[in-house]
Design a protein around this ligand. Structure first.
Ligand code: ZN
Length: 152
């Protein structure tokens, strides 16, 4: 390769590589967790795996593995609550997300409960941080992702 060609080639390649390394997430975009990213990196190297193979490969229980995979495919699988992501045997929502008549709770009620739950899990975080995390989480849930309060 001649000197000039090489320089041109590097000049073209550099922005492409830079872009890959400095990819920015859009604000409301779903971000894979560190765990999901690690898994994707592994899968990129190993190629397609069945759930059983993947469970062996990642040294995880098969149930944990299929949950991780469900999450990678964009949130809730059919057997998870469409509001909070909890595993359920049937139906659309879990017992915690509905009122006495089985209807999905109002956004404000569900939001408040999830914030409180989040604060209970991690007592050290500020309420504002818990609210932010709850909003980010609810944006990944089919029942809430298009809710006006989350897209304000
Ligand atoms: Zn639920």
């Amino acid at each position: 390769m001649k000197h000039d060609d090489l320089a041109t080639w590097i000049a073209q390649l550099h922005p492409q590589v830079y872009h890959r390394l400095h990819y920015r997430w859009r604000k409301a975009e779903y971000r894979p967790s560190t765990e999901s990213l690690a898994m994707l990196n592994h899968l990129a190297i190993s190629g397609p795996l069945t759930v059983t193979e993947a469970a062996q490969h990642f040294d995880r229980a098969q149930s944990a593995m299929s949950e991780l995979i469900d999450r990678l495919y964009g949130g809730a699988a059919p057997d998870t609550c469409q509001s909070c992501g909890r595993s359920i045997n049937d139906g659309t929502y879990c017992q915690y997300c509905v009122d006495e008549s089985g209807r999905l709770q109002a956004f404000s009620e569900r939001f408040e409960r999830m914030v409180l739950w989040s604060l209970k899990q991690e007592p050290d975080i500020e309420r504002s941080e818990a609210e932010k995390r709850t909003r980010d989480y609810m944006r990944t849930m089919p029942a809430w992702k298009d809710h006006p309060e989350l897209n304000a």
